[in-house]
Write a protein that binds this ligand. Structure first.
Ligand code: SAM
Length: 298
């Protein structure tokens, strides 16, 4: 790592707000800032403000303490013999409290019982089990008890926050769920440049070790606007690097501040453009707080 970039990463790593983000992300943003600022101080400031744009609205510090407490509570639950952890009322209550810690997942609580059967409908599981990839997952894996995945399914979740990754792995262990959470930045990769060129041409990559994953279902929930703020055309590049039976992309129906601003129509236009570039068919699913788009390929 170049010394100027290493210095910015060191400063970010020491900050309470961004210190737990994965190295890939800190390096990527530090490199971006170092290229644009003359002094290390100005670069560190620019990096922090960039991170605030993309990450600042995620969990506040008090929420991490609640998450830790609720996880400890879940782990102390004595399960009646023969009860699967995901079916136990106490564990579901705790998972619901975790999901309510952030607007993205909290807003879904009202309709999650109906949502997952619709997202899974028609998927053809190999050997009866599904492979699910949840990108930029946030707290969403805590909804696993409501997803109704077939037994033996694998759930892989990626996010840039190491605390989230650790918390999700604890939860997967508790449920006995196959899969894992990993610290991955969707905008990083050894072949990012090549991928970006391919993405612009609308090709779907089959050989990209960083982003390409075989999965039955890929979830990219309420995340594309955040990725697009970090890098133009991030959406088309990301989707073109996936190979899956179904990719679900969702958008909020209003901003975190509660304003509508014609967001649904804007995002619908983006989805239409994405589908055209990627040669996908799209099914639209609308709930009051979130619109889901199910991409499939003929
Ligand atoms: C609005 S939240 C959505 C969380 C979740 N998908 C949901 O809908 O419940 C956005 C998430 O994207 C993650 N994120 C932001 N930039 C990312 C990147 N470049 N790579 C991977 N994850 C990222 C954040 O850490 C945060 O958890």
């Amino acid at each position: 790592m170049e010394p100027a970039v290493a210095e910015i990463v060191r400063v970010l790593r020491g900050s309470r707000k961004y210190g737990a983000l994965c190295t890939e992300t800190l390096e990527r943003v530090a490199r971006w800032a170092a290229l644009r600022q003359r002094t290390p101080r100005a670069a560190a400031r620019a990096a922090r403000s960039k991170l605030h744009q993309v990450y600042g609205a995620y969990l506040a510090s008090g929420h991490w303490r609640v998450l830790e407490r609720v996880q400890a509570e879940m782990e102390a639950v004595a399960l009646p013999v023969g009860t699967a952890p995901s079916q136990a009322d106490e564990i579901r209550d705790c998972a619901r409290r975790v999901l309510s810690l952030h607007a993205s997942t909290s807003e879904r609580l009202a309709f999650q019982e109906q949502l997952y059967p619709r997202l899974l409908r028609g998927l053809r599981p190999a050997h009866g089990a599904l492979r699910v990839l949840d990108l930029a997952c946030g707290l969403h894996p805590f909804a696993l008890p409501w997803m109704g995945l077939p037994v033996g399914s694998e759930y892989v979740a990626w996010d840039i926050d190491l605390r989230l990754v650790a918390a999700i792995n604890r939860f997967l262990d508790l449920l006995g769920q196959r899969g894992r959470a990993e610290a991955r930045d969707l905008l990083c990769g050894p072949r990012a440049l090549e991928r970006s060129e391919r993405g612009k041409r609308g090709e779907r990559a089959a050989d990209d070790p960083q982003v390409y994953r075989e999965a039955d279902l890929v979830l990219i929930l309420k995340t594309l606007p955040c990725l697009e703020r970090q890098e133009r055309d991030a959406g088309v590049r990301l989707l073109s690097g996936l190979r899956a039976q179904r990719v679900v992309v969702s958008y909020p129906a209003r901003s975190l501040g509660g304003r509508e601003k014609g967001m649904v129509a804007t995002y619908d236009r983006q989805v239409h453009g994405l589908a055209e570039i990627l040669g996908a068919q799209v099914e639209r699913l609308e709930y009051p707080t979130e619109t889901f788009h199910l991409f499939t390929w003929p």
